[in-house]
Design a protein around this ligand. Structure first.
Ligand code: SDX
Length: 425
């Protein structure tokens, strides 16, 4: 017998079906609510509202669980590489060795970016934030790939996926190269995906570039940890834009803009800036904890808290361990890491943070590793976008394949009642 929910308005009772997910999450299906009652629900920030059903990522915020297509994030981070996880998220199953090799080959085939794109990036000042440049370049890819994706055509959809994976990585690194005044590099088909990222970012024509396996392995793991996270702000944006049947590049471009915000992916840059400020203030973590708790102070402890995790973000645990390993292996002694650990320990003991279930999230330690790898701070959120790309693609693909309706929330109007038009004197 399926469960139902009863709603009573003005003495009249209405019954709505309750659906159950594969991990026993329950949701009241209110798609007949307005027809039956004339009323709608309201839930700013969608803290209690589901926008869709999805088979891609499961997370349990109370237990600190994160799984991609049923695989625990800890297992994937220890045993898979980023392209394997990308394939899993997008196509639903881990690739065989042959499928993985074909995927990597097909991404290479589509990694060349139209030379005319350089004219677009030349229009930006060197001081432009890389996320703004990346959003613009991603949208501009539509101009060179105008054919919209026929999602019913498997071959076309697969090609669009490979194009996006290949070209996005290149243009993401171009944002850095442009800011440094370096020549723009091309994807090297003899190298792996993550190796290409480092090569695209740092190889100079004047000397051979030496790749470090410690660096590429750490980055591969970081990209995996960022690859998807169910209906977060930027992914919901990609689904919303895609629901109007806007193209994949246009939808991803919107996701880049949403991720840029300091409350979302921009937090990894904000964390480093916060830790550097604390360092410059003599490492006075107590002063900054007090600021974070002071309601009259807009300061928030960046990298702490999460809309869903009311326990440790499982990704933060893995990244914290990786930070110790990578800095140790590279022989980097960064005082910022010690400040981060001191801040975390103090916050975890503090009543304000405990009462609000505020724990370190994915952004708290990631920037410390990026910095040790030589990635500049304003590129940290671009790193997040590179990692999140397969998740955005997977969610866009699922939304289109499920033929979901165009997203169009309702509202409760609180403005002026009807008034006669009279020009103000
Ligand atoms: C990401 O959704 C995702 O999955 C996102 C993400 C992904 O993978 O896509 O996980 C990536 O965006 C991680 C979050 C990165 N952002 C930050 O680290 C910025 C700092 N954190 C916050 O601003 C905040 O915690 C949010 C935005 C992450 C979550 O905010 P919510 O769920 O809307 O919670 P809230 O703002 O309503 O806060 C609840 C209470 C408030 O206090 P009271 O009004 O109850 O007294 O907690 C307080 C807040 O003031 N609070 C904080 C705090 N975060 C929340 N106080 C101090 N420092 C903080 N960081």
């Amino acid at each position: 017998m399926s469960k139902t929910a009863i709603l009573e308005i003005d003495g009249k009772k209405y019954e709505f079906p309750v659906i159950k997910g594969s991990e026993n999450e329950e949701a009241i299906n209110i798609n007949k609510l307005r027809d039956l009652t004339g009323a709608i629900t309201i839930d700013p920030g969608y803290k209690n509202s589901g926008s869709c059903t999805s088979g891609i990522t499961f997370l349990d915020g109370e237990l600190g669980i994160l799984r991609y297509r049923g695989y625990a994030i800890e297992d994937l981070a220890d045993n898979a590489n980023f392209l394997e996880v990308s394939y899993l998220l997008i196509f639903g199953e881990l690739p065989t060795a042959a499928q993985l090799q074909q995927f990597e080959t097909d991404i290479r085939k589509h990694s060349l970016v139209n030379e005319e794109m350089k004219g677009i990036i030349d229009g930006f000042p060197k001081t432009a934030h890389p996320m703004g440049v990346l959003a613009a370049l991603t949208s501009a890819l539509t101009a060179f790939n105008p054919k919209s994706v026929n999602v019913e055509n498997e071959k076309e959809l697969y090609q669009a996926v490979c194009k996006t994976m290949g070209k996005f990585l290149v243009i993401a690194t171009w944002t850095y190269r442009k800011s440094m005044g370096y020549p723009l590099n091309y994807y090297d088909n003899t190298k792996g995906y993550v190796e290409n990222f480092m090569n695209l970012m740092f190889a100079l024509p004047t000397e051979p570039y030496k790749l470090s396996s410690v660096v590429t392995e750490a980055l591969d793991k970081l990209f995996i940890l960022h690859a998807d996270h169910e209906q977060n702000c930027s992914t919901s944006t990609v689904r919303m834009v895609g629901s109007s049947h806007a193209g994949l590049f246009a939808s991803i471009s919107a996701g880049v803009s949403a991720l840029w915000g300091p409350l979302h992916g921009g937090a990894n840059q904000a964390v480093l800036e916060m830790l550097e400020e604390i360092h410059q203030n003599g490492g006075d973590t107590e002063k900054y904890l007090a600021k974070a708790k002071d309601k009259n102070d807009p300061f928030r402890l960046m990298g702490f808290g999460h809309r869903v995790y009311k326990n440790f973000d499982p990704r933060a645990k893995i990244i914290k361990k990786a930070a110790n390993e990578v800095l140790g292996t590279l022989g980097v002694d960064d005082p910022i890491l010690e400040i981060a650990k001191k801040l975390e320990a103090a916050a975890l003991e503090d009543e304000y943070f405990k009462a609000r279930n505020l724990y370190p999230n994915v952004d708290f330690y990631s920037g410390i590793i990026y910095r040790a790898l030589g990635i500049p701070t304003d590129m940290f959120t671009v790193m997040f976008a590179i990692g999140r790309l397969p998740g955005w693609i997977a969610q866009w693909k699922e939304m289109r394949e499920n033929k979901e309706p165009i997203g169009r929330p309702r509202q409760v109007y609180t403005g002026s009642p009807l008034r006669e038009f009279k020009k103000p004197v």
